[in-house]
Design a protein around this ligand. Structure first.
Ligand code: HEC
Ligand code: HEC
Length: 249
């Protein structure tokens, strides 16, 4: 009598144990089954609430220094953030911006002499205008920008990456960027984003041409932050955009 009671309670304990371990395991496996292959992995770092909301920050708080990585500042951006402090008004004898008379004799020294002086310093002109963290190319771009404002025809050194633009492959690099950045919104159509692979979503956006759509996306539009928050080059962003668009035509 008491023996069968022990057996029965052992049996019940076994069933409870099975339920405690087995049910969550079953649910876990079910979830795995349904989320694998859907392309949305909720554990991915790019899909966390923080990561998504970081990308939804207003434009001003995304750190984009004139569109990109260190060394990519344009001549205009360097001039306006620094050189203007002396060259805007002609402080301490600095040749004034857009003043052909001030610049004429200097321009005839040639681009190379001018940027060498700008990089190394020249009398009251401090080396790199005092900003040692500017790259040589950024200073050269600023020299070209100022010289050209006063009639020169200097060519700003290209931003690395932009020149190699055509070489960025949408199917590999583009996909990689899509998977880590763009999919957060474009897979599910978050905030009105045109969905990946959805022809009807994409058609109206492509009516003025693919390049036009990409240019809009680089600048950002409504809930689409500039470059989708991607911090790499325009060419890389374009590869990601081509990857999405190719799948949605
Ligand atoms: C602190 C003031 C100051 C700042 C900031 C400054 N400059 Fe100058 N710059 C001068 C002065 C003064 C001269 C004239 C020097 C002379 O001819 O004796 C000059 C001259 C130049 C020249 C002509 C050199 C030549 O060979 O005639 C270039 C080019 C130039 N600056 C580029 C730049 C660039 C690019 C920047 C920003 C990155 C910059 N400067 C920032 C004061 C400044
Ligand atoms: C934070 C969400 C978000 C992320 C991340 C994002 N996008 Fe978008 N994207 C949007 C939204 C929303 C729109 C639609 C904006 C509108 O027209 O109102 C859009 C529109 C676009 C368009 C169409 C622009 C047009 O002309 O209408 C392109 C192209 C695009 N995104 C590419 C990308 C690429 C490439 C990435 C990744 C590098 C990316 N997006 C990342 C939200 C996002």
């Amino acid at each position: 009598m008491s023996g069968s009671n022990v057996k029965a309670s052992k049996g019940i304990a076994g069933m409870i144990l099975a339920a405690v371990i087995g049910v969550p395991l079953f649910v876990y496996l079910l979830i795995k089954l349904f989320t694998s292959g859907s392309g949305i992995d909720i554990t991915r770092s790019t899909m966390t609430t923080e990561a998504v909301s970081a990308r939804l920050q207003p434009v001003g708080s995304i750190k984009i220094v004139d569109g990109g990585p260190p060394g990519s500042k344009s001549g205009k951006a360097v001039y306006e953030s620094l050189c203007i402090s002396c060259h805007g008004t002609g402080l301490a004898g600095a040749p004034k911006f857009a003043d052909a008379a001030d610049w004429g004799a200097r321009i005839s020294k040639g681009f190379e002499t001018l940027w060498t002086h700008a990089i190394q310093g020249f009398n009251a002109m401090p080396a790199k205008g005092g900003a040692a963290d500017l790259t040589d190319d950024e200073v050269k771009r600023a020299v070209a920008f100022m010289g050209n404002s006063a009639g020169a025809k200097f060519e700003e050194p290209k931003v690395e990456g932009a020149a190699a633009g055509a070489a960025v492959d949408p199917a590999t690099k583009g996909k990689e960027i899509y998977d880590s950045v763009c999919m957060a919104c474009h897979t599910a159509g978050l905030a009105g984003a045109p969905k990946f692979g959805d022809k009807a979503d994409w058609a109206p956006r492509l009516k003025d041409g693919v390049d036009n759509a990409i240019a809009i996306a680089i600048k950002g539009i409504n809930a689409m932050p500039p470059k989708g928050g991607y911090s790499g080059s325009d060419a890389e962003f374009a590869a990601a955009a081509h990857y999405i668009i190719n799948a949605s035509k």
